[in-house]
Design a protein around this ligand. Sequence first.
Ligand SMILES: [Zn+2]
Ligand SMILES: [Zn+2]
Length: 75
Amino acid sequence: MRDKCGGAANLRTPILKVKRCPECDADVEIFSTDVETRCGKCGFIIYNELESCIQWCKYAKECVGEELYTKLKKQ
Ligand SMILES: [Zn+2]
Ligand SMILES: [Zn+2]
């Protein structure tokens, strides 16, 4: 595993973030490894911006591990 990527660190260690639902303004918790989550209040699907090496790093597969890479790249 490489440790160069700040983005990959977020994916290897899930971090709980709080986002705001654009529909009902409720706070929605999402892990940094989740691609999407559903607002507990209105059911709106909120997508995680993966500001991670998956998007731009050519070593992404090594950075985050093949399993997670395949899972995230698919969606
Ligand atoms: Zn909502
Ligand atoms: Zn990377």
